[in-house]
Design a protein around this ligand. Structure first.
Ligand SMILES: [Cu+2]
Length: 125
């Protein structure tokens, strides 16, 4: 191969390998409640389905109120008998904004994490 062809080959590898690695990591595919959701009644749980299986021992969900106080029941668990879905039960909620934090550890042991908000606007009778 000519030198330029070798260089081009090396550059191709550099481009392809990180993308392949990133694709081994877990990211949310479906979140309930969703990011930015505005709910009329308080949810009883937060459930996130990831795009691949996650390790149950190291993958967790946490939910906080605007004062950074936890409002989940600290029972983050694999849900629906699936290896790709996490859920956590919520305590009774008042109106306000809530912050969901997720940590997912994929089968290769690598960790991804993220967060999003939703809000509750329950009508006051
Ligand atoms: Cu990885």
């Amino acid at each position: 191969m000519k030198y330029s062809a070798v260089l081009a080959f090396v550059f191709t590898l550099m481009l392809v390998v990180p993308v392949g690695t990133a694709r081994a990591h877990a990211f949310p595919e479906h979140q309930v409640p969703g990011a930015g959701a505005e709910l009329d009644s308080p949810p009883k749980a937060v459930t996130i389905r990831f795009d691949r299986a996650v390790e149950p021992l190291f993958s967790t969900l946490r939910v906080e109120n605007e004062a950074s106080k936890r409002v989940d029941a600290k029972d983050s668990h694999m849900s629906h008998g699936r290896t790709d879905t996490l859920a956590v039960t919520l305590k009774p909620m008042i109106n306000g904004r809530y912050h969901v934090f997720w940590i997912a550890v994929g089968r290769d042991g690598h960790r991804t994490h993220g967060d999003y908000w939703f809000s509750v606007h329950k009508a006051v009778p």
